[in-house]
Design a protein around this ligand. Structure first.
Ligand code: ZN
Length: 98
């Protein structure tokens, strides 16, 4: 996945866990910058490290300190209802967009 030498940008959560990484590649610097900017918006701390650090530390997006997901209220009581809504929304969109 990561080349032998070179650098990557990594994002750390406030707990310190490395949860995301992208290779610092001059050929794709625009995409890398966009990605890193999105990490900052998510509140991650960004660092530039060697690929070896990524190999040693990267553990995936979920870290053991992730807060439990808040329970999501279902928008519809039944699948039937949800499908009816979807069909209605589709029909309205077709009318608007044409
Ligand atoms: Zn953590």
């Amino acid at each position: 996945m990561f080349p032998k030498s070179g650098f990557s940008y990594i994002g750390r959560k406030p707990c310190g866990c490395m949860v995301t990484a992208i290779i610092d590649n001059p050929d794709t610097s625009r995409a890398v910058a966009t990605e890193v900017a999105s990490w900052l918006r998510q509140g991650l701390t960004v660092e530039r490290v060697t690929h070896q650090v990524v190999r040693d530390e990267f553990m995936g997006w979920m870290c053991p300190h992730a807060p439990p997901k808040p329970e999501q209220m279902p928008l519809f009581d039944t699948l039937e209802e949800s499908k009816r809504f979807e069909a209605a929304t589709y029909a309205i969109n077709q009318e608007i967009i044409g």
